[in-house]
Design a protein around this ligand. Structure first.
Ligand code: CMP
Length: 140
């Protein structure tokens, strides 16, 4: 096990319902430290660039529209095995498949409006963190 950093996004369905604090509590009570955080409104172009690996999929346009529809909270989470730990805490993409106690089980509305995003590998964590933050903005 090693200390890792991962990129997390609290999505528009969650910021609209004022859930940022409750989601952050799940992270903080389960071994993850928020070492950078900002609330921003993505443009359509920024959302397309962030999710470019999904370009061409049937849900891509809806995903981009949704992510630009209201503010998001982008954050860097740090901790032991942070990438996998965050994915455990989030639960399955589809909330109907997510385990009890996970963020998506508790809060997500649907597969699209699923409250949180988390990097899925070390490679994507590095790309996604640098998409939103520079080194001076991250402090343990
Ligand atoms: P996320 O972890 O942010 O990564 C890609 C997102 O695409 C995913 O969460 C979902 O919100 C969304 N997504 C994936 N599959 C579907 C789908 N079949 N329908 C709608 N949205 C999807």
């Amino acid at each position: 096990m090693t200390v890792q950093r991962t990129l997390s996004i609290i999505k528009p369905d969650a910021t609209n319902r004022n859930l940022t604090g409750r989601i952050n509590t799940v992270f903080e009570e389960n071994g993850l430290r928020i070492v950078a955080q900002k609330r921003i409104r993505l443009t359509i172009e920024q959302a397309k660039a962030f999710y470019k690996e999904h370009d061409g999929k049937p849900f891509f346009d809806g995903l981009v529209q949704f992510m630009a529809s209201a503010p998001v909270v982008v954050q860097v989470l740090e901790g032991e095995d942070a990438i996998a730990q965050n994915r455990r805490l989030m639960g399955a993409t589809d909330p109907s498949q997510a385990e009890e106690g996970t963020i998506r089980k508790m809060f997500a509305l649907s597969k699209g409006e699923n409250s949180v995003h988390g990097s899925d590998s070390e490679t994507s964590a590095a790309r996604e963190i640098s998409f939103f933050f520079n080194a001076l903005e991250i402090t343990g």
